[in-house]
Design a protein around this ligand. Structure first.
Ligand SMILES: Cc1cc2nc3c(=O)[nH]c(=O)nc-3n(C[C@H](O)[C@H](O)[C@H](O)COP(=O)(O)O)c2cc1C
Length: 136
């Protein structure tokens, strides 16, 4: 995504919330932890100044794919906390991306983890296509 968009990658800790105002499009993403993005990213979203006319996109990796139903569990809410925070700061969230990520949480760690090798080559291709669509 960063190559396609010619974008700098920064951790929340490296990011001054004020400086994000200078960009027309900002992507926010992390793994999903307990059905939300990483707390450091949610904290950054809380510190963002109010903006007008700025676009954002959201991405994540997770054990269960976003928008899938596994064990009767609907995962589409994984992006909700971050999306609502960004929208409340005035960002228009134009698109969202998710793919599976390697997980060793809970019982899965005992069996060497689940979703080994994810994101894989195909996931990265989808991420690239997603970024190309954003750019267009
Ligand atoms: C403490 C913890 C909680 C997690 N909670 C969820 C969850 O609620 N839903 C899910 O699909 N994956 C969950 N995962 C799996 C992660 O989202 C997945 O492994 C992700 O790819 C981690 O990203 P990272 O490698 O960039 O840290 C959890 C993982 C950990 C360690």
């Amino acid at each position: 995504m960063s190559k396609v968009l010619d974008a700098e990658i920064k951790t929340p800790q490296q990011t001054n919330p004020e400086e994000l105002q200078q960009f027309d499009l900002v992507g926010f993403g992390s793994g999903i932890f307990d059905e939300k993005h990483h707390e450091s990213l949610l904290e950054l979203a809380d510190k963002l100044p109010q903006v007008t006319d700025k676009k954002a996109f959201i991405f994540s990796t997770s054990f269960i794919g976003v928008n899938s139903h596994v064990f009767g569990k609907v995962s589409s809410k994984f992006h909700t906390a971050l999306r609502e925070k960004l929208q409340s700061k005035g960002y228009s969230v134009i698109d969202e991306f998710n793919c599976k990520g390697f997980n060793t949480n809970r019982i899965y760690g005992r069996f060497g983890g689940i979703n080994k090798g994810r994101p894989n080559r195909e996931d990265l291709k989808h991420a690239e296509e997603f970024a190309t669509k954003l750019k267009e």
